[in-house]
Design a binder for this molecule. Structure first.
Ligand code: CA
Length: 228
C-alpha cells in the first residue's frame, strides 16, 4: 500500500513545518497549503486521504472550508481534522458541527497529532467486511448473503457482484460499458446485452423479496442503484 497523503492547510509557516516534519517522519506523504484557495486547488488535483485544517486561515476559515467540502459529493468523505488555538467547548462543537471528524487544540505534541490522525484514518477506512445496507437491503460480504428485510434474496454469483458494485456506488449512473468493466473486468469480452440480462435477473430476485425498484434504468444512460 502506498503512503497515505495528508494535505496540511496552515498559514503559519513554523507550525506547518513542524507538523509536516512529524507526519513525514511517521511515513505519511504531506502536501502543504497556506490558504483555503490553494487547498481547494490541491484537492481538485489529487484527493488527499486526510485533511488537517487550521481554523484561522488568511482567506477563509477552516470551518468554511470544511463546510464547503462537506457539500461536495466527491469530497464529502475526506476525513478532516481541525487545528485550532481555541479551546472553548463552544468552538469545539462548532468545529465538529461543520463536519470535521476531530479537533486538535494548539499547542499539541507530535504524539497527540499522530494518534488523532491515525484514529481518524482508521475510522474512515471502509472495512471490506462491513455489511452494505441500503433501504431494506443488507449485503454481507463475508457470507455473500443478501437479505431484504428478513427474507434472503437468492442471487447467482454475477448478480451478487453486480448488486455489490451498485450498492457500493449508490445514486450514480453507470453505462453498460462501465458496469461491464467494473463487474466483469476490463479484459473480459462480454456483450453489453449481457449486462441487461443480469440486471433483469437481479431485479426479479429483488422483486420476489419485495425489494424493488432499487435498480433503476436511466433511459439512454444506463443503470443506477437508489433507494429513493
Ligand atoms: Ca492560522
Amino acid at each position: 500500500m502506498s503512503a497515505r497523503r495528508i494535505l496540511l492547510v496552515e498559514d503559519e509557516l513554523p507550525i506547518r513545518q513542524m507538523i509536516a516534519f512529524n507526519l513525514t517522519r511517521a511515513g505519511f506523504e504531506v502536501d502543504e497549503a497556506g490558504d483555503a484557495a490553494s487547498a481547494r486547488l490541491q484537492i481538485a488535483d489529487a484527493r488527499p486521504d486526510l485533511l488537517l485544517v487550521d481554523w484561522m486561515l488568511p482567506d477563509s476559515s477552516g470551518l468554511e472550508l470544511t463546510r464547503t467540502l462537506r457539500r461536495e459529493p466527491v469530497n464529502r468523505d475526506i476525513p478532516i481534522i481541525m487545528l485550532t488555538a481555541r479551546a472553548d467547548e463552544r468552538d469545539r462543537v462548532l468545529g465538529l458541527d461543520s463536519g470535521a471528524d476531530d479537533y486538535i487544540t494548539k499547542p499539541f505534541s507530535p504524539r497527540e497529532l499522530l494518534s488523532r490522525v491515525n484514529a481518524v484514518l482508521r475510522r474512515s477506512a471502509p472495512s471490506v467486511d462491513e455489511p452494505l445496507i441500503a433501504g431494506k437491503l443488507r449485503l454481507d460480504p463475508v457470507s455473500h448473503r443478501v437479505h431484504a428485510g428478513d427474507r434472503e434474496v437468492g442471487l447467482g454469483p454475477t448478480e451478487y457482484r453486480l448488486l455489490k458494485f451498485l450498492m457500493e456506488n449508490p445514486d450514480r449512473v453507470y453505462s453498460r460499458t462501465q458496469v461491464l468493466d467494473k463487474v466483469w473486468g476490463q479484459n473480459v469480452y462480454v456483450e453489453e446485452r449481457t449486462v441487461d440480462v443480469h440486471v433483469r435477473r437481479l431485479r426479479q430476485a429483488l422483486e420476489d423479496c419485495g425489494a424493488d425498484p432499487y435498480v433503476q434504468t436511466v433511459r439512454g444512460a444506463g443503470y443506477r442503484f437508489s433507494v429513493c
